[in-house]
Ligand binder design. Structure first.
Ligand SMILES: [Zn+2]
Length: 114
């Protein structure tokens, strides 16, 4: 007799920004970054600073701050920061390069749907 190996369903897929985005947008029923932030209870703030970075997120306070000096669409920046946020929520670990890659592919899925 053989034991059956069962894989427990996990709400989040393995570290993959694109798949994470598909799960999250289905869960919250929107691909719109602003609506997604609102439904997920993430506060969005606006500020201006030298555009070395375009946005920041704080998981502790569930806050994303967008840099109004960013030379790109703030919707795109929000989508990217949401990628960081949900990756952290999902417990994804990894160095900065890994985290950036996840946020980047997460944002691409959202922005493709706009
Ligand atoms: Zn980033």
């Amino acid at each position: 007799m053989q034991d059956t190996i069962q894989t427990l369903p996990h709400p989040y897929p393995a570290m993959n920004g694109a798949t994470l985005a598909q799960v999250i947008t289905a869960q919250y029923g929107t691909t719109d970054p602003e609506a997604l932030a609102q439904r997920a209870g993430v506060q969005v703030h606006y500020a201006r600073w030298f555009p070395a970075t375009y946005g920041e997120f704080c998981a502790k306070t569930r806050t994303i701050t967008l840099n109004q000096n960013a030379p790109v669409s703030l919707g795109a920046v929000l989508a990217h920061e949401l990628g960081h946020y949900f990756a952290q929520e999902a417990g994804y670990e990894g160095n900065t390069d890994v985290q950036e890659e996840i946020a980047k592919s997460f944002a691409e899925v959202l922005l493709q749907s706009l």
